[in-house]
Design a protein around this ligand. Structure first.
Ligand SMILES: NC(=O)c1ccc[n+]([C@@H]2O[C@H](COP(=O)([O-])OP(=O)(O)OC[C@H]3O[C@@H](n4cnc5c(N)ncnc54)[C@H](OP(=O)(O)O)[C@@H]3O)[C@@H](O)[C@H]2O)c1
Length: 315
């Protein structure tokens, strides 16, 4: 099968699309033909070994010290079950599914094998591209807004980085839960963020966020340019600061009205997001859809830090 392989950490141009053996599913696994897979900011961080301050050593212990332990990255994908292991019940060849493969990655390829317990059924009303696109940013936005801040009717939410993978989902999910949303992005994305449900957009290129007099019940930072101290200045009394990007020190100090950390991958969350997409209540924003052969271009776009929503690749 063809796959995007990385032999060492570094620039997008190091990625090779080449033939590799097709994985063999174990007894508890399904082999899935990948139809669409996201290239995420996490893939880009791992490929480039660019981790928030303090995480370089733990991340390299996890992902490989000198070179990536798993040469095929990619986690959030959608596809069709090709075969299942002997112990798999509930899924059969031909089923349309999507999933996140977590630390195992391996989805930037024509086929991926993964434990069947990680699979969610893809509703027919959701395209493979939308399913692959919604998983990464959607689960992160859901985790922070719901688990960490219990966003609900009347909550005022500020989303910093409102036009990215997390941001486009966060704006819509916060609105879905009844909140009022202010999005921070550049002027070029103001219309997009408004169309997703933000009542107000702050253009960070012309307006200093700290010159704004309003205070917010929830501040979600997806950019990484708010510290605990600066982020707290934007909060209303009893407000909550959510740092989707935090360095090691901030992660350790994220207690009380500050939350950080890694989003869990839960099938129930994926199913919840897919239902919203199927019902037309959640729009998946696509920056660009590439062929697997153009993986270098896909990574270059993600590395730029200015994609709108999601970059998806079709193997
Ligand atoms: N904690 C977790 O579990 C978790 C999970 C997933 C991701 N993350 C992290 O979250 C971060 C964001 O991920 P993502 O995939 O959503 O990123 P992304 O899609 O690459 O975000 C790009 C967007 O950010 C906007 N942006 C860039 N600079 C900005 C600024 N100074 N102010 C406001 N908006 C700005 C850009 O808008 P313009 O083009 O208009 O500038 C662009 O639309 C990554 O660092 C990732 O590692 C954490």
């Amino acid at each position: 099968m063809r796959a995007a392989v990385i032999d060492r950490y570094g620039v997008p141009e190091l990625v090779r699309v080449t033939e590799v053996p097709r994985p063999e599913p174990r007894a508890n696994e399904a082999l899935v033909r990948v139809v669409a897979v996201a290239v995420t900011s996490a893939d880009s961080r791992i490929r480039g070994a660019r981790f928030p301050r303090g995480f370089a050593i733990p991340a390299r212990l996890l992902f490989g010290i000198r070179r990536p332990r798993r040469p095929i990255l990619g986690s959030a994908f959608s596809g069709v079950v090709e075969s299942v292991g002997l112990k798999v019940a509930g899924f059969a060849p031909g089923d349309e599914v999507c999933a996140m493969t977590g630390m195992a990655m391996g989805a930037h390829a024509e086929y991926v094998a993964l434990p069947a317990t990680k699979l969610a059924r893809k509703p027919a009303a959701v395209t493979h591209e939308n399913a692959a696109g919604v998983l990464f940013g959607g689960t992160t936005a859901l985790h922070f807004l719901q688990d960490k801040a219990r966003v609900g009717p009347g909550t005022s939410v500020l989303v910093n980085g409102a036009s990215g993978a997390i941001g486009t989902n966060a704006v819509q999910l916060a609105r879905h839960f009844g909140a009022t949303v202010t999005g921070v992005t550049s002027a070029a994305n103001a219309e997009l963020v408004t169309s997703l449900g933000a009542e107000r957009v702050i253009d960070y290129t012309t307006t200093d966020l700290f010159s704004v007099s309003e205070r917010f019940d929830v501040v979600l930072d997806t950019v990484g340019n708010l510290s605990i101290t600066s982020g707290r200045r934007l909060l209303s009394p009893n407000g909550k600061l959510l740092l989707a990007v935090a360095n090691l020190g901030e992660t350790i100090r994220a207690v009380g009205n500050v939350a950080a950390g890694v989003t869990p991958e839960r099938v129930a969350d994926v199913e919840f997001l897919l239902r919203l997409v199927a019902d037309g209540q959640l729009t998946v924003v696509h920056d660009q859809i590439f062929d697997l052969a153009d993986m270098v271009l896909a990574y270059q776009r993600v590395d730029g830090g200015h994609k709108r929503g999601n970059v998806v690749v079709r193997p």
